[in-house]
Write a protein that binds this ligand. Structure first.
Ligand code: SF4
Length: 193
C-alpha cells in the first residue's frame, strides 16, 4: 500500500475523514475504476476465502502468506485518488468482503463501524436542523434523545426532521425521559418551541 493512502486511512482511523473523502473526489464519475490497477486482473485474488469481517487480520495475513503480496502490490501502485475512491465506495456500500483500498475485509471492519457512526451523527445533526431524510432506527432514537435532553432545540425543526407532528414529538420525548428516569438517570425538562 502506498504511503499516501496509508496516511489517509490513518487519519480516518483518528476520526479525520476529510483527507480520504477529498482525495476520493479526484477520481470522479462512473468510470473511476478504469485506471484501477486491479482492472483486468483475476478478481479472485482480491477476495481471499480465509478473510472476512469477523476474522482476526493478523491471522488472515499469516494464513495468506505471500499470496497476499500481489493484490497488495497492485493496490499499492493504484493511483491514490482511485484507491481512496475504492475505499470510500466500499464504506458507502458497507462492503464486508474483499480487499478494497489495499485493506483486507478483516482490516476494514473497524473503519466500517466508524463510517456508520459518522453517518449516524451526520443524519442526527441534519434531522435536528429540520432536514427531512430517511433515518435509521439508531439515528431516530438519537434525535429523540437529543431533543428530550436539550431544551434549546427547536421543536418545530426536530418534528420536521423526524417527520412527526409537534405533539407526537413531545410524546416521544416524554417517553424517552420516562425510560431514562426508570434507569436512574436525571429527568430533564423539555421546552417546546
Ligand atoms: S485500491 Fe481498489 S481499485 Fe485500486 S487496485 Fe486495489 S482494489 Fe483495485
Amino acid at each position: 500500500m502506498s504511503t499516501d493512502i496509508s496516511s489517509l486511512i490513518e487519519a480516518a482511523h483518528q476520526g479525520n475523514w476529510l483527507p480520504l473523502i477529498e482525495e476520493s473526489k479526484k477520481a470522479p464519475g462512473k468510470h473511476w475504476a478504469e485506471s484501477a490497477r486491479c482492472m483486468n486482473q483475476d478478481i479472485n485474488m482480491f477476495v481471499p476465502l480465509v478473510d472476512g469481517p469477523r476474522e482476526d487480520p493478523d491471522l488472515v495475513k499469516t494464513k495468506l502468506g505471500i499470496s497476499l503480496n500481489r493484490p497488495r502490490n497492485l493496490c499499492g501502485s493504484c493511483p491514490v485518488a482511485v484507491a481512496a475512491r475504492c475505499l470510500v465506495e466500499s464504506l458507502k456500500d458497507d462492503d464486508e468482503y474483499g480487499i478494497r483500498g489495499g485493506l483486507l475485509a478483516s482490516e476494514r471492519s473497524e473503519l466500517r463501524r466508524a463510517w456508520q457512526d459518522r453517518d449516524t451523527e451526520q443524519a442526527v445533526e441534519s434531522a435536528l436542523r429540520g432536514c427531512t431524510a430517511p433515518l435509521t432506527k439508531p439515528a431516530r432514537d438519537a434525535v429523540i434523545a437529543r431533543f428530550a435532553t436539550d431544551p434549546s432545540l427547536d421543536a418545530a425543526a426536530v418534528a420536521r426532521g423526524l417527520g412527526v407532528t409537534h405533539q407526537y414529538l413531545l410524546k416521544l420525548a416524554r417517553r424517552y425521559r420516562k425510560s431514562q428516569a426508570g434507569q436512574g438517570a436525571p429527568s430533564l425538562r423539555v421546552v417546546a418551541a
